[in-house]
Write a protein that binds this ligand. Structure first.
Ligand code: MTE
Length: 319
């Protein structure tokens, strides 16, 4: 029997609206308003320009699991973005140096349709959606975020991987003028560019998402503007920010944190309360803004959607 179940993030076709506003908004940002976009003055300017508060158009997530959203303030004030600083509360104040003008994404490697494409043109190829996801950092904090963007699978289908392509490798921008820690050269906190990877079947899973915004607006710089990955069943470090390159490759890519510390971080990084980090337990997490801890869920609560990807794998070995 073939039962078609509606996915959490699916909604009726008639709730889709056009997406010109995305471009309009990006043009506005290009006028130089990016670093002060959340200030009252800019919001007033936006209102005058007849921009709705929610500037992107997207298919809404019905949030059938009734996840309680973290506030915009919480999501944008506690960030891991080593290219700026390791101080999580400080990223938001210095992230304005990230230059997202004329952002291009290169898609290369083992694909039929490689391309170097303007972000705006890339986004136009897809229908924007909202995905309300749990997000769990390996450090033990978590949040619930309403992301906007499109599924990674939809991009993969467009570029048509060759059969030899078994993994996708993602790369963050290298630009000393955008990122202060990259200016420090070999004294930087980690080796740049920041690299992440997914196995092809993980990338094709419907949950894997390329986010270009959150809370209905373009992506704040501290959260990985203008385009980042979101893989909600994996620890947050897999969700690479400010992507400039997506490569289809034959072999498992060496991701940044595995390279930095292979005893503590692996390639898979699936959220798993039963496999502790060598230095702390992963059984519980503190949601941003909460005092008490809550239990961490297997695959961050997405077991039904992703457990089959790892059938027969020892998750202690492939951590
Ligand atoms: N991507 C880049 N390029 N640089 C980073 O330092 N940090 C990762 C991930 N992506 C990181 C990155 C980690 S450790 C986490 S937990 C998440 O981004 C944090 O995302 P957030 O700041 O939007 O919460």
């Amino acid at each position: 029997m073939n039962i078609i179940r509606k996915k959490t993030w699916q909604i009726n076709e008639n709730e889709v609206t056009p997406k010109e506003l995305f471009e309009k908004r990006r043009n506005f940002i290009k006028l130089g308003a990016a670093s002060i976009i959340s200030s009252g003055a800019v919001m007033q300017a936006l209102a005058k320009e007849d921009f709705p508060k929610i500037t992107l158009d997207f298919i809404k997530d019905k949030n059938i699991n009734n996840l309680k959203l973290n506030t915009f303030e919480q999501i944008t004030s506690h960030n891991n973005f080593y290219e700026f600083t390791t101080k999580q509360s400080a990223v938001k104040d210095i992230a304005h140096t990230l230059n997202t003008d004329n952002w291009k994404v290169t898609i290369d490697g083992l694909v039929e349709n490689p391309m170097e494409i303007d972000l705006d043109d890339l986004v136009k190829m897809f229908t924007l959606e909202e995905r309300i996801y749990r997000f769990r950092c390996v450090e033990g904090w978590s949040m619930v975020v309403p992301w906007n963007g499109f599924s990674l699978a939809s991009l993969v289908k467009k570029v048509k991987p060759l059969s030899r392509a078994k993994y996708i490798r993602f790369e963050t921008l290298v630009d000393e003028n955008s990122f202060p820690d990259q200016k420090r050269g070999r004294f930087g906190v980690i080796d740049y560019p920041y690299i992440e990877g997914l196995r092809m079947d993980e990338a094709m899973n419907e949950l894997s998402f390329l986010a270009t915004g959150l809370y209905g607006d373009i992506m704040p710089k501290q959260n990985g503007a203008p385009i980042r990955l979101v893989v909600p069943w994996k620890y947050g470090f897999k969700s690479i920010k400010s992507i400039v390159k997506i490569s289809f490759v034959e072999h498992e890519p060496m991701n940044t944190w595995q390279k930095e510390n292979p005893k503590e971080y692996g390639f898979y990084a699936n959220v798993n309360p039963n496999v502790d980090h060598p230095r702390w337990s992963q059984k519980k997490e503190r949601v941003l803004g909460s005092f008490l801890k809550q239990k961490t869920l297997m695959f961050n609560g997405y077991e039904n959607e992703v457990a089959s990807l790892y059938n027969g794998m020892d998750l202690k070995k492939y951590f």
